[in-house]
Unconditional design. Structure first.
Length: 430
């Protein structure tokens, strides 16, 4: 086990470059199973989840190697496997994204049913119902989902609840189905759009990306392609908040500001100065995030599917509220157990009361360093942010969570002036 040791109180200043989006690269890698061939995927972050997806694709028969620091060469020419085992799916729930790709490309998928998740229930029932509406035979045996698609055909799939993974799985299954597929109440997240753009580059016929209605007209053949994934909007948001909690001045390069509208609105409400330089024609841009020496102003947040306030930024926003003037309220509508970071923030001196899916945060003048424990990926980020603004030393244990979604976060923070080091956690079992 490793931990971060943080000496707080430093105002962050400087420039940081954002990496590729974890939640975009995973479905993009899965999509290489739709058409056997050679792909080059760029802007790939070096993350634990990416390593897990690489291992799964290799198990299915793909050959993968790093062409350079952030570019993968993926050869699925001989990827003839169709089973995603329990050991990999339990390590990363996003492994279920191979379900739609295998159904579309191999017409057969056997995938371990994912278990529980620390932040709440995340069932794949909607995914399976959608596949059945496309003519798939869906069965269950010994904890595995067995999907056969001998007569994959288009159809109308309505999601009762917006689901990112469900939308992505149906997209991948439908692009090679006979006829037209309509996804109603589709997820609109940028990562879903990014997958759709890659599929279009492969030859898919898709309309309506980024809207609640996506229309797919099945094609007979796809081709392999080269593709660079979008920047990570959650990493971008985390560094924006880092500028706020430390009352610093951070320039974020390689970002897509148009993906940050809801967050920017709330950070400005808190008193931050946010200046945006949009890239031309969807290219990357720059965000300047600064906070004067004054305390933030209290603000409220209610999470919602995109383009609403992202649940993956809820914990980080809560950290900014901890030292704000006044009372802030956080309402979590996506995951039922996503308030576990509140107890750890209280160890640093935060005044937080959790009632059901709501957290009432009464701002205090300052936080004090302490030993805390990360419970999930975004909780890890929020505790690091809290440690940066707390006086004294903060130790964050179980940081393997952070390595799932942030590449070398301690190095990027150190470039901005943070005093943070990674070390062995002698207090945790190895």
């Amino acid at each position: 086990m490793e931990k971060f040791v943080i000496e707080g109180g430093e105002r962050l200043r400087g420039t940081v470059t954002i990496g590729g989006a974890k939640n975009a690269v995973l479905p993009v890698l899965a999509a290489t199973l739709l058409k056997r061939g050679l792909y080059h995927v760029g802007n790939v972050p070096r993350l634990r989840d990416v390593t897990t997806m690489i291992g799964l694709l290799e198990l299915l028969g793909a050959k993968i190697e790093w062409a350079d620091e952030h570019r993968l060469a993926v050869d699925t020419t001989h990827a003839e496997g169709f089973e995603a085992p329990y050991d990999l799916v339990k390590e990363m729930r996003a492994s279920v994204l191979v379900l739609g790709a295998l159904v579309g490309g191999a017409r057969r998928a056997v995938v371990s049913y994912p278990g529980g998740c620390a932040i709440g229930e995340r069932p794949i029932d909607l995914h399976l119902r959608g596949l059945s509406l496309l003519g798939c035979d869906v069965g269950m045996h010994e904890g595995y989902v067995d999907v056969r698609a001998d007569k994959l055909r288009g159809g109308t799939v309505y999601f009762d609840k917006s689901t990112v993974g469900g939308t992505e799985n149906i997209l991948m299954a439908a692009v090679l189905a006979k006829g037209e597929t309509l996804i109603d109440n589709a997820a609109m997240e940028p990562e879903v759009v990014d997958l759709g753009v890659m599929l279009q580059r492969m030859g898919a016929n898709i309309d309506g990306l980024g809207t609640p209605i996506i229309r797919i007209r099945g094609v007979k053949e796809l081709s392999s392609c080269d593709y660079d994934v979008i920047p990570d909007r959650i990493e971008t948001g985390t560094f924006m908040v880092a500028g706020g909690v430390t009352r610093g001045n951070v320039t974020i390069e390689g970002a897509m500001p148009e993906h940050q509208t809801a967050l920017i609105e709330k950070l400005r409400e808190a008193g931050m100065e946010i200046d945006v330089e949009n890239g031309e024609r969807g290219e990357k841009g720059v965000i300047h995030a600064a906070m004067s020496r004054k305390r933030p102003t209290a603000f409220d947040v209610k999470t919602a599917p995109y383009p609403g306030f992202a649940t993956d930024m809820q914990a980080q926003a809560t950290t900014l509220m901890c030292t704000a003037k006044g009372v802030s309220v956080v309402t979590e509508t996506i995951f039922e157990n996503r308030m576990m970071h509140a107890a750890e923030l209280r160890r640093l001196g935060a005044d937080i009361t959790v009632v059901g899916n709501r957290a009432i945060v009464r701002g205090v003048k300052s936080l004090q360093g302490a030993r805390v424990m990360a419970t999930d990926l975004r909780a890890s980020a929020c505790l690091i942010l809290a440690g940066l603004c707390a006086y004294g030393t903060t130790e964050v244990s179980r940081i393997y969570h952070i390595d799932r979604g942030y590449e070398s976060i301690e190095k990027k923070l150190a470039q901005l002036g943070a005093k943070i080091e990674r070390g062995k956690d002698e207090g945790m079992a190895s």
